[in-house]
Design a protein around this ligand. Structure first.
Ligand SMILES: C[S@@+](CC[C@H](N)C(=O)[O-])C[C@H]1O[C@@H](n2cnc3c(N)ncnc32)[C@H](O)[C@@H]1O
Length: 195
């Protein structure tokens, strides 16, 4: 499904970074960033441009090929890893930051991945995440069609136990990020720190 979506010539979520990431990138410590479900590379390329060493994981080879092209067009380097997050080993104490922007996963996979994030971060490392909430269903402005892929603040607090939340908010905002994200949306935003 994702390969087919990404086989379009244009970047379906655009080439500009996610706004929440852009607003808070200065809060990430310089160093190694793991970007989960990175897709076509807009956020990885943005972070690489700020000087972070970025590893972008996604299971779509077509999306990651576009990510490498976007990086080359912008004169930055990113590492891309084509892997299903269901079996992907995030590492131990490896990352200064983990980023997940609209990285919607089936519940069992999401729980496994979230459970591994605290261990994968260095002490003081930051998770920055934005995702659609169940209120997004039926809006038609982007996000998964299936309710079980959506997340709430309570789910994040529970499934990311071990992290200290510095910011956790469900809100409505205009998400205009490519033709895949096109208007008023219900999202949850989180910034959490490994103690
Ligand atoms: C809505 S897109 C978001 C892409 C990117 N983070 C952005 O905001 O531009 C969701 C991404 O999740 C990826 N994805 C979904 N399930 C996955 C899985 N099990 N393993 C790895 N990537 C997955 C898809 O390939 C897709 O690139």
């Amino acid at each position: 499904m994702w390969d087919e979506k990404y086989s379009a010539e244009d970047y379906i979520y655009g080439t500009e970074p996610n706004r929440f990431l852009e607003e808070h990138a200065a809060e990430l410590a310089p160093g190694d960033v793991l970007s989960l479900a990175e897709g076509e590379g807009r956020n990885a390329v943005y972070l690489a441009g700020l000087g972070f060493r970025v590893t972008a994981v996604d299971h779509s080879p077509v999306g990651l090929a576009k990510a490498r092209r976007l990086a080359a067009d912008n004169g930055v380097e990113i590492e891309t890893i084509c892997a299903d997050l269901a079996g992907y080993e995030l590492g131990s104490g490896r990352w200064d930051a983990v980023v997940s922007i609209f990285g919607h996963l089936p519940p069992e996979v999401r729980r496994q991945v979230y459970a591994r994030i605290p261990g994968a971060l260095k002490p003081g490392g930051i998770l920055l995440l934005e995702a659609y909430t169940p209120e997004q269903m039926g809006r038609g402005t982007g996000g998964p069609r299936s309710a079980d892929l959506l997340v709430t603040a309570d789910m994040l607090r529970e499934e990311l136990a071990g992290l200290e939340f510095l910011h956790l908010e469900e809100l409505e905002r205009e998400v205009i990020e490519g033709r895949g994200h096109t208007g008023l949306s219900s999202v949850v935003q989180a910034i959490a720190r490994k103690p």
